[in-house]
Design a protein around this ligand. Structure first.
Ligand code: MN
Length: 196
């Protein structure tokens, strides 16, 4: 039977300051994500998904099993692709060319993604994914949803649940979204993109 584990962060809790505080990271990773991991391990026995991967559970389960699996998948991909702040942070390599080709420019892509992130109502995630034709899709996903449910390949996400920013920005989601661009580890996003 599978047992899921809390991922180790690829950065120290204070590494994202001043954009995201150590306090937020400690709560977000150490309490919220750890809670989802504890919950799924309680729900798995007898569920029929004991040997399933996280993605298979997200695609096929419902209720609490789906919610916790979705949140683990979402958070793992979010935390794994952040690093210490860099000014003028932008992709390079293959993904940079593909973004410029489809959106016209990186700035236009940023504007489109930012608009989706600031306008998502309630709790959820905004994703950049690839469809089966290799075309980018930006989508708003409510609560624990993930683009893999529609057979898209997820590349980049921002968590816009209030717990991701409320300690640092209170109700100012737009400010968190704007600053998030300096934290994205484009090397990881490019690896996801190239592993098609
Ligand atoms: Mn979260």
């Amino acid at each position: 039977m599978n047992t899921f584990e809390l991922i180790k962060l690829p950065f120290e809790p204070n590494a994202l300051e001043p954009i995201i505080s150590a306090k937020t990271i400690e709560l977000h990773h150490g309490k919220h994500l750890a809670g989802y991991v504890a919950n799924i391990n309680k729900l798995l026995p007898g569920s029929g998904f004991e040997s399933s991967s996280l993605i298979d559970i997200v695609k096929n389960a419902s209720g609490g099993l789906f919610n916790n699996a979705g949140q683990i998948l979402n958070h793992n991909m979010y935390f794994e692709a952040m690093r210490a702040p860099r000014a003028n942070n932008a992709p390079s390599g293959n993904i940079a060319k593909a973004i410029a080709s489809q959106f016209g420019s990186f700035d236009q892509f940023k504007a489109d993604f930012t608009q989706k992130a600031t306008t998502l109502f309630g709790s959820g995630w905004v994703w950049l994914s690839l469809d089966s034709d290799g075309k980018f899709v930006i989508s708003q996903e409510s609560n624990a949803s993930n683009p893999v449910q529609r057979n898209l390949k997820p590349l980049l996400t921002i968590d816009v649940w209030e717990h991701a920013y409320y300690v640092d920005y209170q109700n100012r989601r737009a400010e968190y979204v704007e600053k998030y661009w300096d934290l994205i580890n484009w090397d990881i996003i490019d690896l996801r993109f190239c592993n098609k």
